[in-house]
Design a protein around this ligand. Structure first.
Ligand SMILES: [Zn+2]
Length: 128
């Protein structure tokens, strides 16, 4: 038992997942796949941000329309993250363990730097 909850199980994720005192993630953010428990972001490591949805990398992708992301300004704030394709100015992020993705993206030319994980692309586990 991983104790991980899917994004879809939260009835109001924008309030359930967020610490209202500082706008950070209230849960550990994990890979969404059932078989994978890769820790992407620890509780409190990221802040909520609204950005453009993740674009489709190829025709087989079903892109998410979600506009809310976990935002970090430095790669070092991730516990684990992988990189998949780079398309133009966009580097897509994936799970470091199982390569599922894209789960988020990084605009290479962004200043200040930002790395974004879609809030609907992750699983959530309370920190004991
Ligand atoms: Zn994974």
């Amino acid at each position: 038992m991983s104790g991980k909850s899917k994004y879809s199980t939260f009835s109001s994720p924008l309030t359930d997942l967020i610490d209202p005192s500082n706008n950070t993630n209230l849960y550990d953010v994990l890979c969404a796949r059932d078989q994978c428990n890769c820790l992407i972001l620890r509780k409190g490591a990221a802040t909520l941000a609204k950005r453009d949805p993740i674009q489709a990398i190829d025709d087989n992708d079903v892109p998410s329309a979600n506009e809310y992301f976990w935002h970090v300004s430095d790669m070092m704030h991730f516990d684990n993250v992988g990189f998949s394709k780079t398309v133009g100015d966009t580097k897509f992020l994936s799970c470091a363990d199982c390569d599922v993705g894209p789960i988020g993206y990084h605009i290479i030319s962004s200043q200040p730097k930002e790395y974004l994980i879609g809030i609907d692309c992750a699983g959530y586990r309370p920190r004991a």
